[in-house]
Design a protein around this ligand. Structure first.
Ligand code: ZN
Ligand code: ZN
Length: 133
């Protein structure tokens, strides 16, 4: 058996997939019940709504959401990891994910060094013209 620190309270506990100690697992199960109960009576809820109604910490709700522990027809939005805009799927909002794609494309172009190759071509071209004269 391997020991690890609980990611919630920091207490030493036996390693398990949730990375939580027994106390925190129990607390989180209770929190899940509360959240599930709240969502049963709600059409639409944001992370903040759930937090206010149940008192469950944002990060605990997010953890449940990412693990797929809470499901609902209610649209649950949570903050984009980059800019904090409300989203309801993935880890970043649409504009941040397109920004990331844009940056990658931009960096891919850099190593080509187009100026050098253009200059070389120019010289060759000029030489060609001179020789032709
Ligand atoms: Zn704990
Ligand atoms: Zn964003």
């Amino acid at each position: 058996m391997k020991l690890t620190n609980c990611i919630e309270c920091g207490n030493l506990c036996v390693e398990n997939p949730s990375k939580l100690c027994n106390d925190c697992i129990r607390a989180e199960e209770e929190a899940e019940d509360k959240v599930a109960e709240y969502l049963r009576n709600t059409d639409k809820a944001t992370l903040e709504d759930i937090h206010k109604a149940t008192g469950v910490k944002h990060k605990v709700i997010l953890r449940m959401l990412k693990r797929g522990r809470i499901f609902s027809d209610a649209i649950i939005s949570y903050p984009c990891e980059t800019c904090g805009a409300p989203i309801n799927e993935g880890r970043v909002c649409a504009s941040c994910s397109s920004n990331i794609v844009g940056q990658v494309k931009h960096e891919e172009w850099k190593p080509v060094k187009p100026q050098e190759s253009v200059r070389k071509d120019e010289k060759m071209y000029t030489k060609d013209i001179i020789q032709r004269k």
